[in-house]
Ligand binder design. Structure first.
Ligand SMILES: [Zn+2]
Length: 421
C-alpha cells in the first residue's frame, strides 16, 4: 500500500467522500489493485492511495481500511463508495462504523446491457423508462411506483438482474441516499475514470518497479492539473451572468470550477416559478436533495434566496471543501487564525506583539538549514520554560477573553425555510 505526502495533505482537506475500487486487475502476479480516489475543490479526481492486494477476503479488506486510516492519520470519511464485493461490505461495517457505505451506481449498472439484452435495445420504451428511473428520480415513492409500473408493463418480472438490483436499491439508488454526502461522485463515473486512468499509465503485466514508477507519474500529472486550476482561480476574470449581489458573493468564495457550476444553477433557477415564499431564514431545505448530496445549493433554493433579497449565501450552505479556503486548515487550537473565520472577535495587545514577533522568527528561521536548526533549538528552550509558568492565568490572555466573552454572549438561533418544488 502506498500514498504520498501530497496525497495525505489532500486527504485532510478532501477526505470526506472517498471511492475505493478494485476493478483494475493487474496481470502482475494476478493481484488486484485497489485505488482510493476523491475529488478536490476544483472537482478533479485526486488519488489518495493505492494498494496491491494478495486476495479479496474480509481480513484483507479490514487490513487495507485500517492501514489506510493510519497512513493518512485523519478521521474516517463521511462516505465511502465501492463496488459490490460482499467481503468489502463486511470489512467496512467493522472497521469504519461511522462511515456511510454506498455502491457506485456505475458498478451496479454496468452489467445491465448484457443482462437485460434486447429490452435495452436502441430507442426501446423500456430503455427510456429504465434510464429515467435510475438516473433522474429523486423521491422514494416515485422510484417505487415507477419501478413496479415498468416491471408490470414490460413483463421482465423474472429477470434475475432486475430483481437483484431492485433488492439492493438502498445501496445505490439516489432516492435512498438523498442525505448522504458524496461530493457528487455517485452520479458521475469517477471510479470508472480512475480505472481508465490507471490503464493508460500502467500497461498490464508491468513489473513492480515500473508499476510504482508509472503510478508516481500519474500522481505527478494529477498534481500539475491541479496547480493549473489553482492558478486559474487566482487569475480572476470571472464572468458574472446576472450581476446579483449573491452571485458576486459566490464569485468571491468559490473556486472557479464551482463558481461555474453555481452560474449554471443560477441560470436553471431563472426558469422556475415560485408560488409563495413566506419565511425568511438562514437554512434552506429542498426536496431535490442537491445540497445534502453535493454540498452546493440547488437552483430552487437559490431562486428562493434571491426572492428573499439575500445578498450572500448563508454560511451553512457554503461547504468549505468547494471554496478558495478549502486548503486553509489549521489544528483546532489555532482555528482563530484561519482566513475563513473572519477577523478576531477579541483583541489583546500582548497577544498581537507575540504573534508578530513569532511570524518574524518563522520567516528568519526558514532562510536556511542553520537558521532553522538554531530557531528550533531556541524555541524548544523557550517552550520548556514557559510550560510551567503558563499554568497561572491572569485572565487577560486572548483565549481567556474569548471563553469569558462567548459564555456571556447571546445564542443565535437559526430559522429555516422548507419548500417543495
Ligand atoms: Zn432543489
Amino acid at each position: 500500500m502506498w500514498t504520498t505526502g501530497r496525497s495525505i495533505e489532500q486527504y485532510i482537506c478532501f477526505g470526506d467522500a472517498v471511492t475505493f475500487d478494485t476493478t483494475y486487475k493487474t496481470n502482475l502476479y494476478d493481484m488486484p489493485f485497489g485505488l482510493f480516489v476523491g475529488v478536490n475543490n476544483h472537482f478533479q479526481s485526486i488519488i489518495f492511495g493505492g494498494v496491491l492486494m494478495s486476495d479479496e477476503k474480509i481480513d484483507t479488506f479490514k487490513w487495507i481500511f485500517t492501514e489506510f486510516s493510519h497512513m493518512v492519520g485523519a478521521p474516517q470519511p463521511r462516505t465511502i463508495l465501492t463496488d459490490q464485493a460482499r467481503a468489502m461490505e463486511v470489512a467496512i461495517d467493522e472497521v469504519m462504523p461511522g462511515t456511510t457505505h454506498r455502491w457506485c451506481k456505475w458498478h451496479v449498472l454496468k452489467k445491465a446491457k448484457e443482462c437485460l439484452g434486447s429490452l435495452l435495445g436502441k430507442g426501446s420504451e423500456f430503455k427510456q423508462e429504465f434510464n429515467k428511473i435510475v438516473n433522474h428520480i429523486v423521491s422514494v415513492s416515485e422510484f417505487e411506483d415507477g419501478w413496479s409500473c415498468m416491471v408490470q408493463k414490460h413483463g421482465p418480472q423474472t429477470n434475475a438482474f432486475l430483481t437483484q438490483i431492485y433488492e439492493t436499491r438502498m445501496k445505490w439508488a439516489k432516492p435512498y441516499s438523498m442525505d448522504v454526502f458524496c461530493a457528487k461522485m455517485t452520479s458521475t463515473q469517477r471510479s470508472e475514470s480512475a480505472n481508465h486512468l490507471l490503464k493508460g499509465y500502467v500497461p498490464a503485466g508491468s513489473p513492480v518497479h515500473l508499476f510504482v514508477r508509472q503510478y508516481e507519474k500519474m500522481q505527478f500529472d494529477k498534481d500539475s492539473e491541479e496547480s493549473y486550476q489553482e492558478k486559474r482561480t487566482k487569475l480572476g476574470g470571472l464572468v458574472l451572468a446576472q450581476n446579483l449581489p449573491i452571485e458576486i458573493h459566490a464569485s468571491k468564495i468559490y473556486i472557479r470550477t464551482m463558481f461555474e457550476k453555481f452560474g449554471k444553477m443560477l441560470y436553471d433557477g431563472g426558469s422556475y416559478v415560485l408560488d409563495e415564499v413566506n419565511e425568511a431564514g438562514d437554512e434552506f431545505k429542498c426536496e431535490c436533495g442537491m445540497f445534502e448530496h453535493f454540498g452546493m445549493v440547488c437552483g430552487h433554493a437559490l431562486k428562493v434566496m434571491i426572492q428573499l433579497g439575500l445578498e450572500e449565501l448563508p454560511a451553512k450552505h457554503v461547504l468549505k471543501r468547494w471554496t478558495r479556503d478549502a486548503r486553509d486548515i489549521l489544528p483546532p487550537e489555532f482555528l482563530r487564525y484561519q482566513k475563513d473565520q473572519g477577523p478576531l472577535k477579541y483583541s489583546s495587545r500582548r497577544h498581537n506583539n507575540l504573534h508578530l514577533l513569532c511570524l518574524e522568527i518563522v520567516k528568519l528561521g526558514d532562510s536556511n538549514v542553520d537558521a532553522y536548526s538554531i530557531t528550533m533549538d531556541q524555541l524548544r528552550i523557550v517552550k520548556a520554560q514557559l510550560e510551567p509558568l503558563a499554568v497561572v492565568r491572569d485572565g487577560m490572555g486572548l483565549s481567556d477573553k474569548e471563553i469569558a466573552g462567548d459564555s456571556a454572549g447571546s445564542a443565535v438561533g437559526g430559522k429555516s425555510s422548507i419548500f417543495g418544488l
